[in-house]
Write a protein that binds this ligand. Structure first.
Ligand SMILES: NC(=O)c1ccc[n+]([C@@H]2O[C@H](COP(=O)([O-])OP(=O)(O)OC[C@H]3O[C@@H](n4cnc5c(N)ncnc54)[C@H](O)[C@@H]3O)[C@@H](O)[C@H]2O)c1
Length: 323
């Protein structure tokens, strides 16, 4: 069966009508109307379809032709709700049924690849929810299949088309945000595995622009985030001048601001408790073992980067520090 891209069809139709107009004096252009809408078939009539469909019905370029779901009642319900003339229980009957141009695949993730392939093979363009396929190799083969048939295939999400993403792209391209010229080894991103399923990443360096500079009291964002199975916790303010802690848990999901220190924490006060400890014999939370451990982290991070490998740290310190 000859398959033709709708846009190609529109272009060909326009060219044909122009030719006819030239060849046949008095030919009325209105006698031939090229299609103005893409015929769409939707497969997967679950949660997401309810959000997709109103956009289709509002679009002047979409004609909803068919709905399909392996739970037939869902396809039927969607068809009724959005005046879709045909509904099917399987992709095969859908592809063999009423003609359409674009398959919109809103099925479960593992089904995308198979259904996208079937649609391309039968000459349909495809918009697929993520992921496009179940592997890199399969994704490449779908692209190749689309190219072979002169078809288009796209994958959600669509956020790159949002004003926020467009603004970020424009700002980067205009140079507003700048680029950091690398002239020294002054920026590190550490990925650490602390055991028992606890992982962290730390980014550190001296080259980040911050509108507040050293005016720590103006920094109201969280600079340390801890995400656990039961809640999240964020340190408000700079790590070297902590102002408060935001805590949200499953039990109390709204953010509660705790340990508030409106005037910050004076990091220069550290040596005074040390003097007191020498006098009273009371141990400090600050330990030399921790300091040595940090030296090992710094040194080992470089070795890990140079060798491209994970390195087990040898040093230990008492943890948790504040308990
Ligand atoms: N739920 C969300 O918030 C959300 C957000 C963004 C993207 N997505 C993506 O959208 C897709 C659908 O999500 P959902 O939440 O609507 O799932 P859902 O389970 O509610 O709906 C999927 C539907 O697809 C049908 N289906 C499965 N295999 C099929 C097949 N072979 N042929 C025909 N129908 C089939 C199911 O019967 C079901 O009705 C997923 O890929 C998901 O990743 C979901």
């Amino acid at each position: 069966m000859l398959q033709i891209d709708c846009r190609d069809f529109i272009c060909s139709a326009a060219a044909l009508s122009t030719t006819l107009l030239r060849a046949v004096p008095g030919f009325v252009a209105a006698a031939f109307k090229p299609p103005t809408r893409m015929r769409v078939g939707v497969i997967g009539c679950g949660n997401v379809s309810a959000s997709y469909l109103p956009h289709f019905t509002a679009s002047p370029h979409v004609e909803l032709v068919s709905a399909c779901d392996i739970i037939p009642a869902r396809a039927e319900a969607l068809a009724k709700a959005f005046n879709i003339p045909h509904f099917y229980p399987q992709i095969d009957t859908m592809l063999a049924g009423a003609e359409f141009d674009l398959l919109v695949n809103l099925t479960n993730m593992q089904e995308h690849e198979r259904l996208n392939r079937a649609a391309l093979a039968s000459g349909k363009h495809v918009w697929s929810e993520k992921p496009l396929a179940n592997s890199f190799e399969a994704g490449q083969s779908l692209l190749a299949l689309a190219e072979k048939h002169g078809l288009r295939i796209w994958r959600a999400p669509a956020m790159v088309a949002s004003p926020a993403f467009a603004f970020m792209a424009e700002s980067l391209a205009s140079g507003k945000v700048g680029e950091i010229q690398v002239v020294a080894d002054d920026n590190a991103m550490l990925l650490m595995d602390h055991g028992d399923g606890v992982i962290s990443h730390v980014q550190s360096g001296f080259n980040y622009f911050n509108p507040h500079d050293h005016r720590a009291g103006e920094e109201t964002r969280e600079t340390i985030s801890i995400i656990g199975s039961e809640g999240t916790m964020g340190l408000v303010g700079y790590d070297w001048d902590p102002r408060a802690v935001d805590l949200a848990t499953l039990e109390a999901p709204s953010n509660h601001r705790r340990a508030i220190q409106p005037n910050g924490f004076c990091w220069q006060m550290g040596a005074s408790p040390a003097a007191e400890s020498l006098f009273t014999g009371r141990p400090l939370l600050i330990t030399p073992e921790h300091a040595v451990h940090l030296l090992e982290v710094i040194e080992t991070a470089r070795q890990s980067q140079e060798g491209g490998r994970r390195i087990e740290l040898q040093s230990r310190f008492q943890y948790p520090i504040g308990a």
